[in-house]
Design a protein around this ligand. Structure first.
Ligand code: COD
Length: 303
């Protein structure tokens, strides 16, 4: 798969999945849900204030004939939707108009959430005019300051996901501010550790190299200039970012400066969670929904 047309076409083949959307009472969220339904990718189940959902549908000419589960507020909507997924009544969850941490706290709830025993993490997929393949970026949405051990969990989630997307042996660049290990720069030390773990076999199914500066991870000439060789230099499939700040800033810069097409998911949970920025356009939301459908059908992280 090289772009979102390919991803959406594949999702249409394997859909529809049942998607629990919470909170759904927002125009962009409803628009994306009905667009994805129109494409045959999902059957949405809408969680939130029923009257507000119906009013919005009427105002914007949306069909609003999907199942609605009434909730008094955003927290209840997220809780009910999470329970729907953990109880097997929906195949995936989608964050609607709510702060990310609100829905993730429900997902992490020990009694009814979507925990599996593995680390949950975020993966973003970007299609860029200036890059010849899809670019996967992790973690831009969940783990705030992962240490090397948490980064191993993040990578193992991402590798399983890349396999499901048809990448047999993803090339992973551990990105830092520079390409030399520097004891004053913890992300370079993490990179050295992750490369070692990959060689020892505890991060299987991928080639992990680093640290890389951003330029020499994704540009062959920049890599050559620095004398870097190997399978990953200049041609990474996946970038492991040092922390959430760096990951989130990179993804938003790509979206706004480069006008890139993208999608985002939380993986490592019982079922995938569609998670994008609230400001993202309906198209990005549909891309992410399509990605979730592929993750569900390929049983990524199912337990
Ligand atoms: N995977 C599995 N379990 C986890 C994870 C994880 N990634 N994070 C926490 N847990 C478990 C802990 O082991 C613990 O049992 C319980 O959950 C609570 O842990 P806390 O107290 O550390 O976590 P919270 O509830 O304070 O915060 C978890 C969040 C995911 C809400 C928090 O990390 C967060 O806000 N992340 C950033 C989300 C965000 O704002 N993204 C940016 C924009 S999209």
């Amino acid at each position: 798969m090289r772009n979102f047309e390919d991803i959406i076409a594949k999702a249409r083949e394997v859909g529809p999945i049942r998607l629990a959307v919470a909170p759904a009472a927002e125009h962009g969220v409803l628009e994306a849900s009905f667009m994805a339904r129109e494409l045959g990718i999902i059957e949405p189940i809408l969680f939130g204030e029923e009257q507000a959902i119906r009013r919005l549908c009427e105002e914007h000419g949306l069909p609003c004939d999907a199942q609605i589960v009434d909730a008094q507020d955003d927290v209840e909507a997220c809780r009910l939707a999470t329970q729907h997924v953990s109880g097997g009544r929906a195949d995936a969850l989608m964050k609607g108009m709510v702060d990310t941490s609100v829905i993730l706290k429900e997902v992490l709830n020990k009694d009814y959430g979507l925990r599996t025993g593995r680390l949950l993490s975020h993966i973003a997929v970007y299609c860029l005019a200036a890059y010849p393949r899809l670019l996967y970026i992790t973690d831009a949405g969940m783990n705030i300051a992962p240490d090397a051990e948490a980064k191993r969990g993040i990578l193992n989630n991402a590798i399983e996901f890349c396999h499901a997307m048809g990448l047999e042996k993803p090339k992973i660049a551990v990105v830092s501010a520079k390409e030399k290990v520097d004891p004053h720069m913890p992300s370079t030390l993490d990179a050295r550790q992750l490369v070692e773990w990959n060689r020892e076999g505890s991060i299987p199914g991928a080639i992990v190299e680093g640290p890389f500066g951003m330029d020499n991870a994704i540009n062959v000439d920049a890599a050559k200039m620095k004398g870097l060789s190997g399978d990953v230099a200049g041609q990474a499939d996946l970038l492991l970012m040092p922390d959430l700040d760096a990951g989130n800033i990179l993804t938003k810069a790509l979206t706004y400066f480069a006008g890139a097409d993208s999608a985002g998911l939380i993986i490592g949970a019982k079922r995938p969670i569609v998670l994008m920025s609230r400001a993202d356009k309906a198209r990005v939301k549909v891309n992410s929904i399509a990605l979730a459908a592929l993750a569900v059908r390929n049983e990524v992280n199912h337990v």
